[in-house]
Ligand binder design. Structure first.
Ligand SMILES: NC(=O)c1ccc[n+]([C@@H]2O[C@H](COP(=O)([O-])OP(=O)(O)OC[C@H]3O[C@@H](n4cnc5c(N)ncnc54)[C@H](O)[C@@H]3O)[C@@H](O)[C@H]2O)c1
Length: 263
């Protein structure tokens, strides 16, 4: 397994379904962790678990869509540990339904801020430190950045934007030895998926069980991805085994986006 001893890794959304799996994976790989999430109690719980596993952890409950706390978080991490090596952005919200007529400007702005501007801000304030020695940025996007679903416009817009941001980061920062990649999952077994299933069940007048069944059966592998599978890929992409991989998007979706509709 990759070893991250003496590597300082920032993970946003650290106590979410995917963020927690990535955090635990990097803790097991000996990384020094800098964790943030907006939910203080959940964050404390995740931090406690990582410390019990022997990891060194700095954490702060910040809103990553807010510039001042993001700046202060990145500066404090660099001061505390002397460097930043990797930035992993996992924060995202999915509960933002509406077509172009229905979606309010406030929901548009809020989703854009949390899902996309946050990744820009985190990079803006961590890159000055990462570029001292080189490192990696990883953005958790979505297959929704590649193809769109009914009534989910702004989510797709933000994820497509995140893929574009990733490519620009890769191009502009290569000269500093900084790589940038994205992972685009299909459905992953997390609380966010539970909420999305409930929302879809309501939209299509199905029971919760029916909606799970319909959703799952659309995947060639007939299953969703586990958060640990995303974490495994994240560990590889940020490591010294991936030093010429940059500007790329890694789809992990059980074959969903390879499939055309049935004839
Ligand atoms: N779960 C899936 O099926 C799935 C599929 C594709 C992509 N994704 C993407 O993966 C990422 C993680 O998803 P997840 O399923 O772990 O979601 P999650 O809701 O479990 O985790 C998201 C975390 O972000 C935190 N957060 C939200 N807004 C914040 C803010 N403004 N500042 C700081 N923290 C904030 C939440 O508290 C939460 O802990 C998201 O970007 C999501 O779009 C998820």
């Amino acid at each position: 397994m990759e070893n991250y001893k003496n590597k300082v890794v920032i993970i946003t959304g650290a106590c979410g379904g995917i963020g927690k799996a990535i955090t635990e994976k990097f803790a097991a790989a000996d990384a020094t962790l800098a964790l943030c999430d907006i939910r203080q109690d959940e964050l404390s719980h995740t931090v406690e678990k990582c410390r019990q596993a022997g990891a060194t952890v700095y954490n702060d409950a910040i809103d990553v869509a807010d510039e001042a706390p993001v700046r202060s978080f990145c500066e404090t991490v660099a001061q505390t540990f002397g460097t930043i090596d990797c930035l992993i952005n996992t924060v995202g919200i999915v509960d933002c339904p509406g077509d172009v007529e229905e979606l309010s400007l406030s929901m548009w702005d809020e989703t854009l801020s949390i899902n996309l501007t946050s990744a820009f801000l985190m990079a803006k304030y961590s890159v000055p430190h990462i570029k001292q020695q080189g490192g990696a940025i990883l953005n958790i996007a979505s297959v929704s950045g590649l193809a769109n679903q009914e009534n989910a416009m702004i989510y797709s817009v933000t994820k497509a934007g995140l893929l574009s941001l990733t490519r620009s980061e890769a191009i502009d920062l290569a000269k500093y030895g900084i790589r940038a990649n994205a992972i685009s999952p299909g459905s992953v077994e997390t609380p966010l998926l539970e909420a999305a299933v409930d929302q879809a069940a309501q939209l299509f007048s199905r029971t919760r069980d029916e909606q799970w069944q319909v959703w799952r059966s659309q995947y060639p592998t007939q299953r969703f991805t586990s958060p640990q599978e995303i974490a495994e890929l994240a560990l590889f992409l940020c490591s010294g085994r991936a030093t010429n991989i940059t500007g790329t998007n890694f789809v992990i979706d059980g074959g969903l986006t390879a499939l055309l509709p049935e004839r």
